[in-house]
Design a binder for this molecule. Sequence first.
Ligand code: TYD
Length: 136
Amino acid sequence: MTLPVEWHRLVVRGDARGTLIPVELGRDVPFPTARVYFISGTMAGVRRGFHAHRALTQLAVCITGSCRFLLDDGASKVEVALDAPGCGVLVRPMIWHEMYDFSSDCVLAVFADGPYDESDYVRDYAEFASLAGAAR
Ligand code: TYD
């Protein structure tokens, strides 16, 4: 079965002055949010991510610009484009993800349900594939 993509869109308040994206934690993010970080200035041709999280759930939202995500559950892969303000995708635990094709103006906001914890990362694809296979 193809990996289901869980889209999550934030409401964009735009007017002639520009765009405003409000985020009320506990209402607009579908899990209790412990951390928010922002990714910007990633050059065209750079690919980042290359990991899965053992337990962390995240929501990655395009604020401006565009990029693409590869999501991989170890059995199937899907590519998605975050290419409009407010457009977001959930990244569940044990989903290998890579991010690429960043436009020069791309800003991503990433909401996470836990603090930064290096021990939660699986950075080796062979280990990820083995863990994902064992969980099936
Ligand atoms: P990294 O995980 O390599 O980014 P990506 O997954 O997008 O390729 O993180 C880049 C750096 O930022 C690295 O030194 C770890 C640090 N970092 C934090 O300090 N806190 C955080 O919440 C995150 C996500 C990363």
